[in-house]
Design a protein around this ligand. Structure first.
Ligand code: SF4
Length: 714
């Protein structure tokens, strides 16, 4: 029996797994000889796994695996033909229409090495920053808020804060379902240390039901809740004046506004949708305890006020002097296994590698490092704008890797039409069955989770080696390899990587250069730039920043502990939120507020989990959950088929179709539909078909939450 350590494919907790085989030769391993358990040595999970993680091996038996490159006509081609075709089409498109007529759309499922090569290819050689990722849909509001407050996309805390906290506030996070291993750790802390768990969520979720306190706010009132808290702390003279004076800027302007909001606690409570007693109880927790940890997720991020809301949370922790301190501060729960790794290499269209922006000095450093005359000169199009540009013809060639935007983006019917009409679409996938793969002019077989090698970074900045343990199927290849082939066909030097270790070394060396040039930046992989292939293969989970090789294997560190931040002045910034309205729709119909989110046992658009019977059993079909008191309002009964459609779109707009299931855990006038469903797995269309593509103005993250709709019986 031999064992390989890797990481789970599903969420940002980043659990370590141990895969064992009864066969000696890993290259010829078949799935039936494998067993998978949690890795006892991994700091994220200490051996624990959730239901999805435990069934990872079931996901390897896909009903339809893509084994070779194929054209839209169905004609198989080899890699040489495929990469030549892509190189020619991209080169022709750029020659005729300029560099911004092409785009890459990536995924938090890619490994850091894939992301790095994709960004080098586009921003360094194609000269376009039209490289965005589905992480835009889950994380970018938290990223923007941390950049505004701390000067850099850096999560200050770590998982060890869970055991040190007296109070854990989970906001917009159904952690029991979406980050289960971390939630079990919180429950263990509650049992051992009497840690209070407080959940802020309009829905009585599985997480809320196990909390000490559930604050069922009006959807979208989280901004007022936390901005009001800042005012309340100031009114009660419970702010750390010394910390504020020494380590922050912008407090006075921000707090004036916050104090106005919290002056009348009854009025504020009404705005938030809770009683004044509940609001006082919540606010008092921050006065009575020194160690309060606030963790947010998609309920905060996926909103048109997601960045401001996150800054309102951070403002409170700054005012208390609780950032970078044990068991306290703000923590962002990431959705995907490598959302953070993608951000590190510049996976968002709005930034460059190693947390750099587009200032002249930063672009120059990158150009020198990559030995090119220049890199992309300005920010590219973020996800929603990118597919709008495909729809209106500004983008004429796009390469999509490891993601399914035809289902996952808002107004997704428009995305489907845009790709169908786009002159040239390349999709890298493990299956030809996804709704997006079906629209590819060239479909490339990508290596899956169990086959590819590289690194991922989890929510607490820990880099883990993902190790392949079964032979790649057919002609499937690593994404970094596929991009390198096309780059070389286009005549670009600098893409002759021998393996994923050589890609990682180059990235770490770039990080060392950036740290040298901009020492105030926190992100640093200098200590990993000289790893040998063997050291890379055996790399233990390591938390960044890693300045020296001696720090390899370090974990559990906090940032900004001395109150020095990555801003030009070294001081953290208070940000005064705009307190914009979340819901401008008006309609003659009776409206419901739509909340979408994840189900416990499914993943993204179900391409990996939809065929696993044991996971499918808990949600065999899509449903529209509705408060029982609202049945009469819409003249429907439990189990009826209904449509859910926008109250502001035209009559021709798409609808979601599903059965009504009553759910007293929801607020009245609110419906919930899980985000996973697509035509591939159900007859009705998913919730994203009819959501419009409004975005947060700062982060450009789509506002999936709090849109209004009408229900109609059919
Ligand atoms: Fe995988 Fe997340 Fe479950 Fe851990 S908590 S096993 S990373 S899905």
């Amino acid at each position: 029996m031999s064992t390989i350590q890797s990481s789970c494919a599903y969420c940002g907790v980043g659990c370590g797994v141990s895969v064992s085989s009864t066969q000696a030769d890993w290259d010829h391993t078949d799935v039936s000889s494998l067993t998978l358990v949690g890795d006892n040595q991994h700091p994220a999970n200490h051996g624990h796994l959730c239901a999805k993680g435990e069934r990872l091996l079931d996901s390897l038996v896909q009903p339809n695996v893509l084994r070779y490159p194929v054209l839209r006509s169905g004609k198989p081609i080899n890699w040489d033909e495929a990469s030549s075709l892509i190189a020619d089409k991209f080169a022709q498109t750029i020659a005729q229409h300029g560099p911004n007529s092409v785009a890459l759309y990536l995924s938090g499922q890619l490994l850091t090495e894939d992301y790095y090569v994709a960004n080098k290819f586009a921003k360094g050689y194609l000269k376009t920053a039209n490289v965005d990722t589905n992480s835009r849909l889950c994380m970018s509001s938290a990223v923007s808020a941390m950049q505004r407050a701390f000067g850099e996309d850096v999560v200050p805390g770590c998982y060890d804060d869970i055991e040190q906290a007296e109070v854990i506030v989970l906001i917009g996070a159904n952690t029991a379902w979406t980050h289960p291993v971390l939630f079990q750790r919180m429950l263990a802390a509650k049992r051992a240390n009497n840690t209070k768990i407080v959940v802020v969520d309009p829905v009585a979720t599985a997480t809320a039901k196990q909390a000490d306190m559930h604050i069922a706010i009006t959807p979208g009132a989280d901004l007022a809740l936390f901005h009001g808290l800042l005012g309340y702390l100031a009114h009660n003279n419970h702010v750390d004046k010394d910390y504020i004076a020494a380590h922050t800027e912008g407090f006075d302007e921000t707090v004036v506004h916050a104090k106005q909001l919290s002056e009348d606690i009854n009025q504020l409570a009404k705005q938030v949708g809770v009683s004044a007693t509940t609001l006082n109880q919540f606010y008092q927790l921050f006065i009575q305890h020194k160690h309060v940890l606030t963790a947010s997720c998609q309920g905060v991020n996926q909103s048109v006020i997601g960045t401001d809301t996150t800054n309102a949370i951070i403002n409170c922790h700054l005012a208390l002097g609780y950032v970078g301190k044990t068991g306290s501060g703000f923590f962002s729960l990431t959705g995907q296994p490598n959302a953070m790794g993608g951000r590190e290499v510049g996976g968002l269209a709005t930034q460059l590698a190693c947390h750099m922006g587009f200032a002249d000095g930063e672009r120059e450093l990158l150009a020198n490092f990559w030995c090119v005359d220049s890199v992309a000169d300005k920010k590219g199009l973020a996800a929603v704008d990118m597919f709008d540009a495909v729809a209106d013809g500004r983008i004429k060639a796009i390469w999509i890797m490891g993601t399914n935007p035809v289902v996952s983006l808002p107004n997704s019917s428009k995305v489907a039409k845009a790709l169908a009409d786009c002159p040239f679409v390349v999709v890298s996938e493990i299956t030809p069955d996804s709704d997006t793969a079906k629209l590819a002019d060239v479909l490339l077989p990508a290596q899956g989770w169990s086959e590819k090698c590289g690194t991922v970074t989890n929510s607490e900045r820990t880099i883990t080696r993902q190790r392949g343990f079964i032979a790649a199927k057919g002609q499937s290849k690593a994404d970094w390899w596929a991009i390198s082939q096309v780059a070389q066909k286009m005549g670009f030097a600098g893409f002759d990587f021998a393996n994923s270790a050589s890609v990682f070394r180059e990235f770490a060396a770039l990080s060392a250069k950036v740290k040298q040039a901009f020492p105030h930046k926190v992100f640093d992989l200098s200590g990993l730039q000289h790893l040998s292939d063997s050291e890379y293969d055996h790399l233990a989970p390591t938390q960044w920043p890693i300045a020296t090789a001696e720090q390899i294997g370090q974990r559990g560190g906090r940032q900004f502990t001395r109150g020095v931040f990555a801003t030009p002045t070294g001081k953290a910034q208070f940000i005064r939120p705009a307190l914009a309205k979340t819901n401008e729709a008006s309609s003659p119909h009776v409206q419901v507020i739509v909340n979408s989110g994840r189900s416990r046992d499914q993943w993204h658009t179900m391409t990996r989990t939809g065929h696993i019977a044991s996971l499918r059993a808990s949600i065999p079909e899509p449903v529209i959950r509705l408060h029982p008191n609202m049945l009469a309002t819409f003249s429907v009964s439990d189990g009826d088929l209904v449509t859910l459609e926008s109250d502001v779109h035209t009559a021709a707009s798409p609808v979601a179709l599903a059965r009504v299931v009553t759910d007293p855990d929801l607020l009245p006038h609110m419906v919930f539909m899980s985000m996973h469903w697509s035509k591939q797995f159900s007859l009705g269309m998913g919730v994203n078909q009819f959501l419009d593509n409004r975005v947060d103005p700062v982060s450009l993250q789509p506002g999936f939450k709090f849109q209004t709709a009408v229900i109609k019986p059919i």
